[in-house]
Design a binder for this molecule. Structure first.
Ligand code: NAG
Length: 285
């Protein structure tokens, strides 16, 4: 019993000793340690991100960064196109310098803001884009930005820089730049440009034209016993032929035969006595 006990103590000592000598740096050159999982002094604790400064010390990387171990101290290096502008470790390399208008290309480089323009950071360089409807017609962004509103009524910059559109009086209408387009601005009341040819202006009187009555192409079609008329903005009406009536409903057809109808003899609702007939609009026995 005593023999086997002492044998166990010796064995235990050998095992413990072999483990402890492995983790002891004794014998490793400066900057190296034997961290156990590979034989010998393989871990360069000055630069190994898994054993930085000491065995088992892992370097973690904040966002947009890669970990580094430098002289046995954990740090991090920003990934390409990212920078740690606020020097805070918790948010890592928080700035994307290719697109950040406040840190464009480098920390603190703020892209200038010009009049009627939106500043942008593209590939790390400041650029400016005119706001919708505006243009930099004088090519001087720094001085006055996108100074010209081209989508309005500017006859010298109509729709785009330098596009001319003179204000003109045309027959029965006015032509010029409006909403960035060279176009008819307004026809006189009752007149319309039905043929789309600006030379003759607003050539059609849609307040009287039977073929364009209160609208281009709106035809006052012929109806029985009547002549159509175009009445300004009201549209088509009908003048009844002699002997016919629409009984004061001008939008209706002239279907009442007041020369021969015993119920509407001579005028609407004039009924002839029994036994009478209506001849030429007169009740006749
Ligand atoms: C436009 O109107 C003018 C004047 O009436 C005429 O001389 C010209 O030929 C017209 N143009 C077209 C394309 O119809």
């Amino acid at each position: 019993m005593a023999v086997s006990h002492s044998a166990f103590v010796v064995l235990a000592f050998l095992v413990i000793c072999s483990v402890c000598t492995r983790n002891v740096d004794a014998g490793c050159p400066s900057g190296y340690k034997d961290c156990g999982y590979s034989r010998g002094c393989k871990s360069a604790v000055k630069s190994d991100v898994k054993n930085c400064g000491n065995c088992g010390v892992k370097c973690h990387s904040p966002s947009n960064a890669t970990p580094v171990c430098s002289n046995g101290v954990c740090g991090y290096r920003c990934k390409q196109y990212f920078k740690d502008c606020d020097k805070r470790k918790d948010n890592g390399c928080e700035v994307a310098i290719r697109t950040d208008v406040k840190n464009c290309g480098r920390c603190g480089k703020v892209c200038p803001q010009f009049k009627n323009a939106v500043s942008q950071c593209r590939e790390g360089r400041c650029t400016s884009k005119c706001m919708p409807g505006y243009s930099d017609c004088n090519n001087d962004m720094v001085k006055d930005g996108c100074e010209t509103f081209v989508m309005g009524s500017d006859g010298d910059n109509c729709g785009k820089c330098g596009s001319k559109c003179a204000f003109n009086q045309y027959p029965f209408g006015v032509y010029g730049c409006t909403a960035g387009k060279c176009q008819l601005i307004q026809c006189y009341r009752g007149m319309t440009d039905c043929n789309g040819n600006i030379t003759d202006g607003c050539e059609t009187n849609t307040y009287s034209d039977l073929n364009n009555c209160n609208g281009c192409g709106s035809v006052c079609a012929a109806r029985p016993h009547s002549s159509p008329i175009c009445v300004n903005s009201l549209g088509c009406y009908f003048i009844c032929d002699e002997g016919w009536s629409n009984c004061n409903r001008p939008w209706e057809e002239c279907r009442v035969d007041i020369y021969n109808d015993v119920n509407n003899c001579g005028e609407c609702y004039n009924t002839c006595p029994t036994g009478y007939s209506c001849k030429k609009g007169v009740c006749t026995q």
